[in-house]
Design a protein around this ligand. Structure first.
Ligand code: KIV
Ligand code: ZN
Length: 534
């Protein structure tokens, strides 16, 4: 069990469960494992690794995280389970190999949920909770119970449900505002009332109260902090605030509010704040969900000062317009670090200073990319290096790889892309396609070779640094034909068309790995050489 002194808030990260329920955020199990490892490095206390009963793949991913990340000095590993026997048993199968396993079970308790979803009376709901928590406790010592849609439930009934869950062995009571409906003061009063009125769960009982807020009205962070002020000592959050609809409470916002205002909150967390930006980038790249530039803490503009008055103040004293330093969240001042004459060792050392350890072949690959960049670009900054590292390390298994490409575009003639792509079996194919623009032409050529029908849901490009020679970062999200899941890809290159091709191919590879690429190929192979549209 994690420590929970009075003034310490436990960080329960549900990026891999509620976050993965975001429209479009489908992760492979290798990506989930890597994110879980990074969450452990970030210092979260509890990782909700998935919903094991959802599918055999989800179960396998939770098991892997439990075994590989749930070490004795690592985080608690939990999985979600509906209040039904099969879910609870499957959840236990998922988490039981962790050094500190937890079962998290839930039941909808608002009239909306009881009348329309579970179709139960209050008495029946209580019976379901009794059976579910008792079963979970018989399997696992650490049990969390959530009365779903608590924000719209009858508070007196909530007290009854929570008291029963505690009687049956729950040690954490998590109160969700499932639909992001409640206002901060209202939430404070509800949580305060529950803590003080629930028999067997008051202050000093050892029961941890937790809050889980959704962001439909943009109040998730405010509500979570109000819950903490009311006495909750666990917060359920996701990296970048991803999650169903408008998302969950963002981890970085709550953590940095507590960290930046210690005299106000008098509360600590175990988070290593310097890992925040790295974790945010990893989640954004793997899910293919870009972070909005003005997002608090991790947005590209979060520490940028544009107006003259602000810049002047910053030069005189950074505290005039800066309430926390970029370094606190792991954002390094973007400065000139290395040039084209810098060697492998200098690169290795600088990467280490930025928090990335590379050896052997991996270091050689990053070094080759760095050299190419240093040749093309006069100034190589930390931001450039980080983009290269992300591009190199957050790559899915490569079923198809871009070998070469040549693009022509402009006002005369048709934008044309000629691509050479290597398939899994080593065979290389060349295809030329025309399109409405260079990216369209290139994507048509990729499609002709890879032949994995999909829809491009989102495409975004932005410059890593300022200046005409900036590295371009491209993020795409695609959906396989006839499927609602989406897969993301990322590419960073000085040439934005090449970055676009790499991002698209990364998303395709992710999709093919996840869905089994044999199943996706339509009849017939692409011609080795051809002109699309001819
Ligand atoms: O939002 C919600 O109610 C949930 C519960 C399952 C905890 O995610
Ligand atoms: Zn939720």
């Amino acid at each position: 069990m994690p420590k929970h002194p009075e003034n310490h808030v436990l960080i329960f990260d549900t990026t891999l469960r509620d976050g993965e329920q975001s429209p479009g955020a489908t992760l492979t199990s290798a990506e989930k494992l890597e994110i879980a490892r990074q969450l452990a490095k970030l210092g979260v206390d509890i990782i909700e690794a998935g919903f094991p009963a959802a599918s055999p793949d989800d179960l396998a991913a939770v098991q892997r995280i439990a075994r590989e990340v749930g070490t004795p000095d690592g985080p608690v590993i939990t999985g979600l389970a509906r209040a039904v026997e099969s879910d609870i048993r499957t959840c236990w199968e998922g988490v039981k190999d962790a050094a500190k396993p937890r079962i998290h079970t839930f039941l909808g308790v608002s009239d909306y949920h009881m009348n329309y979803i579970t179709k139960t009376t209050k008495a029946e709901a209580l019976e379901i909770v009794r059976k579910a928590v008792t079963l979970a406790k018989s399997l696992c010592d650490d049990v969390e119970f959530s009365p779903m849609d608590a924000g719209r439930a009858d508070p007196a009934f909530l007290v009854e449900v929570c008291a029963l869950a505690v009687q049956c062995g729950a040690t954490t009571l998590n109160i969700p505002d499932t639909v992001g409906y409640v206002a901060p003061q209202e939430w404070y009063e509800l949580i305060h009332g529950l803590i003080h009125e629930t028999p067997g769960a008051g202050p000093g009982s050892g029961i941890i109260w937790s809050v889980h807020c959704h962001n439909d009205l943009g109040m998730a962070t405010a509500n979570t902090l109000a819950g903490v002020q009311a006495g909750a000592r666990q917060v359920e959050v996701t990296v970048n605030g991803i999650g169903e609809r408008a998302g969950n409470t963002s981890l970085e916002e709550v953590v940095m509010a507590l960290h930046t205002r210690p005299q106000y909150y008098h509360l600590s967390t175990s988070i290593n704040t310097r890992e925040i930006v790295k974790t945010s980038r990893m989640v954004s790249n793997y899910t293919g969900m870009p972070v909005q530039p003005n997002k608090a803490i991790v947005g590209a503009n979060a520490f940028a000062h544009e107006s003259g008055i602000h810049q002047d103040g910053m030069l005189k004293n950074a505290q005039t317009f800066e309430i926390m330093t970029p370094e606190t969240v792991g954002l390094h001042e973007s400065r000139l670090v290395l040039g084209k004459h810098s060697g492998r060792h200098a690169l290795k050392i600088r990467l280490q200073e930025l928090g990335y350890t590379f050896e052997g072949d991996e270091l050689n690959r990053v070094f080759a990319r760095f050299k190419a960049l240093a040749d093309a670009k006069k100034h190589v900054t930390d931001a450039d290096l980080e983009a290269l590292v992300v591009d190199e390390t957050h790559k899915p298994q490569e079923i198809y790889a871009l070998v070469d490409c040549q693009i022509t575009c402009g006002t005369m003639g048709m934008p044309t892309a000629t691509l050479k792509i290597r398939g899994e079996n080593g065979e290389e194919k060349v295809y030329a396609a025309v399109g409405t623009g260079p990216v369209d032409a290139a994507y048509r050529a990729v499609d002709a070779i890879v032949r994995a029908p999909n829809t491009l849901i989102e495409y975004s490009v932005h410059a890593v640094t300022e200046g005409i020679d900036a590295l371009g970062e491209v993020t795409v999200r695609i959906s396989p034909a006839g499927d609602t899941r989406t897969f993301g890809g990322y590419g960073a290159e000085p040439d934005i068309v090449v970055a676009s091709i790499k991002a698209y191919m990364a998303a395709l590879n992710r999709m093919l790995v996840s869905l089994g690429h044999g199943d996706l190929k339509p009849e017939g192979e692409a011609a080795a050489v051809g002109i699309r549209g001819e």
